[in-house]
Design a protein around this ligand. Structure first.
Ligand SMILES: C[S@@+](CC[C@H](N)C(=O)[O-])C[C@H]1O[C@@H](n2cnc3c(N)ncnc32)[C@H](O)[C@@H]1O
Length: 200
């Protein structure tokens, strides 16, 4: 999967990495910043998504489509589609441009809107990357967990970079008997949750 990333995708990844670095150094308004994951988190997500059981692959928080490209690599490997949500029209437009340039649009359903409105209708979820505003994490988690297949994975970003803001969420997930969960110190810190089987 990592040995044959198409050249247009590599170029688009490098382009977005440059914009993201610039955003963090200047006074780009918050709503316009990409705030994307670093490459090591992208690789980690792609590996996890590839190993997840059969089912749907989702992302909450598309931004410019950077993490979406990593997940698209996993979907290519799985023979699945990626469904990704972003609430902002400007981010959705940029992500569409990313997916077109990277040559993966035909494998991605990009939806502009509040993911919380769509998640209740999506069942058989094998993998979800949660990377939206921190105040919607708990609501998204509660909507997703019932729809995860046994062994399905939910991965939430920023649990170390936003440790204080997400402390309640992280603690309650780790205490949730429906999942096994662990904070992995990669990138900005990801919380990996695996849904337990119905018999557990
Ligand atoms: C941290 S950025 C995502 C970065 C992206 N995952 C990446 O690594 O390339 C968070 C994104 O979540 C979007 N967002 C925030 N709340 C949302 C919601 N309720 N539903 C869908 N998207 C949301 C924001 O518009 C923003 O683009």
């Amino acid at each position: 999967m990592f040995h044959n990333i198409p050249e247009p995708m590599l170029e688009r990844m490098a382009y977005l990495e440059k914009i993201d670095t610039r955003d963090r150094q200047d006074d780009t308004p918050f709503a316009e910043r990409l705030r994307q994951i670093p490459p090591e988190t992208g690789r980690f997500l792609a590996l996890l998504a590839t190993m997840a059981p059969p089912g749907r692959v989702l992302e909450v928080g598309t931004s410019g489509g950077y993490s979406g490209m990593w997940l698209a690599l996993a979907c290519r490997q799985r023979g699945d589609r990626l469904t990704t949500f972003d609430i902002l029209p400007n981010k959705t437009r940029l992500a569409q441009e990313t997916f077109d340039i990277a040559g993966v649009s035909q494998h991605i359903d990009l939806i502009q809107g509040d993911a919380r409105q769509y998640l209740p209708g999506i069942s058989e979820v094998a993998f979800c990357f949660l990377d939206a505003e921190k105040d919607v994490y708990a609501a998204c988690y509660e909507l997703l967990i019932p729809n995860l297949v046994p062994g399905g994975l939910l991965v939430a970003d920023n649990v170390i970079s936003h440790q204080q803001e997400l402390a309640g969420f992280t603690q309650s997930v780790q205490a949730d008997p429906r999942v096994d969960a662990l904070v992995v110190p990669i990138g900005k810190g990801v919380l990996v949750c695996r849904k337990l089987g119905s018999s557990v």
